[in-house]
Design a protein around this ligand. Sequence first.
Ligand SMILES: NC(=O)c1ccc[n+]([C@@H]2O[C@H](COP(=O)([O-])OP(=O)(O)OC[C@H]3O[C@@H](n4cnc5c(N)ncnc54)[C@H](OP(=O)(O)O)[C@@H]3O)[C@@H](O)[C@H]2O)c1
Length: 359
Amino acid sequence: MPGRTCIGIVGWRGLVGSVFIKQLAANINNENTKFIFLSSSYKRLIKILKGSYYVKKANDVKALLKCKIIVTMQGSGYTDITLAKLRNLNWVGYWIDAASSLRRLLNVCVVLDPVNSSNIKRSIEASKKSFVGGNCTVSLMLMALHSLIRRSKMKWMFVTTFQSVSGAGANYVKSLLLQMAVLSRVRFRNVISSSIQFRISDPNASETVAGSIVSWIDEETNKLGTSKEEQKGLIEANRILDLPMKIHVGGVCVRVGVLRCHSQSFLIKVERKMCFGCVADIIQSTSRWVKLLPNRKPYSRLLLTPEVISGSLVIAIGRLKKMAFNSGLLSMFTVGDQLLWGATEPIKRTLKLFCPTTN
Ligand SMILES: NC(=O)c1ccc[n+]([C@@H]2O[C@H](COP(=O)([O-])OP(=O)(O)OC[C@H]3O[C@@H](n4cnc5c(N)ncnc54)[C@H](OP(=O)(O)O)[C@@H]3O)[C@@H](O)[C@H]2O)c1
C-alpha cells in the first residue's frame, strides 16, 4: 500500500526487543505502517504485531534500504557494520538504536524524553538522523533526579548501583536461572559448610551471580580504575542533561542476581541553600512517574523493591535522609525497571515522533 511508513525492526528476539514489541503491539496501526523484521539467526514466518512476516536476514541491505526508519536493539557490533554500509549507499532514513556504540558521536542525539525532549526536537529540526537510547543506569538515574540536579545546581553525586541481570541480555538471564536451579539442588548442610566452595555457573557463563555479586561491569578503561559502565555515568548523564556546568558523577557499578530492575544508592550534595522539605518536593514533582516514599521501614521494605516495581514505569525513590556526620549531604535509594525506562521507553517515545501511529 503506497504511503505507508516502512519500519525495519532488528533485535526483536532479544530482551530489549521483545519488551519493545509488547509495548508497540497495543498501539500499532497497521494501516499506516509497514514492518520488516530482520534477524541474524531466525529465518521463519512469524506472527507478530497483528500480522505475519517472513523474517529477513539482518544484513539484507536491499530490505533495509526500503525502510524510512530502522529500530535496532541488536547490539553495537550490528550498528557499527550496518549503519556505515547504509549511509555509504546514501540511505537518509532515521536510525533509532538501543546500543551504545554511537552515543559519543556529535551527530547523534542521545534520547531520554521527557528529560531532554527539547534537545530531541532541536536535533530533528537540525536534520540529525541517528537517535540512540542512553545507558540503562544513566537513564534511570536521570528520570529520578534530573529536576533536582538542575534546580539545586548539584556539582557532583556518588552512586552505587545494584544492576539486574536483564541489563546484560537474554543469555545472561538464562544463566542466572540455571545457576539458581543448581543452587536449589545443593544440600543445606553443604551450603553452610565452609569447606564447600562451589561454582554454580553453567560452563558457558563467565561469572556467577546467583548467591553472589559481580563487582565490575563492562570493560576496563585504564583510567583511575573506573569501569566503562561507571564512565558512562559521567559522560552520558552530561550529554543528556546538556547543562552549562558539567556534573561530576562517580560511583561503583555492581551486578546482582535481580531479574529486571536496577537499584541505585546515591550520595549527593545540594549546592543551593534549600530545606530538606524543598528537596523532597522537587523530587516528588519531577514527573508523574516518580514516587517518593517516606523514609520509614514499612514503606521501604514493602514498596522500594524490584519485586514491586518490575513491569511498571514507576521510578521509586526512598531512604531520603541527611547524613548524621554532615547535614549538607543527602542519601537516597531508587528502583526502576531497566527494561522500560532503561531501554525500551526512550526508543518507543522517539519512534512515536517519526511515526505518530505508535503510542
Ligand atoms: N538489556 C538492557 O536492558 C539494555 C538496556 C539498554 C541498552 N541495551 C542495549 O541493547 C542491545 C540489545 O540488548 P539485549 O539485552 O536485548 O540483548 P540480547 O537479549 O542479548 O539480544 C540481542 C540479540 O541477540 C540474539 N540472541 C542470541 N541469543 C538469544 C536468546 N537466547 N534469546 C533472544 N535473542 C538472542 C538475537 O538476535 P538474532 O535474532 O539476530 O539472533 C537478539 O536480537 C545491546 O546493545 C545492549 O547493550 C540493553
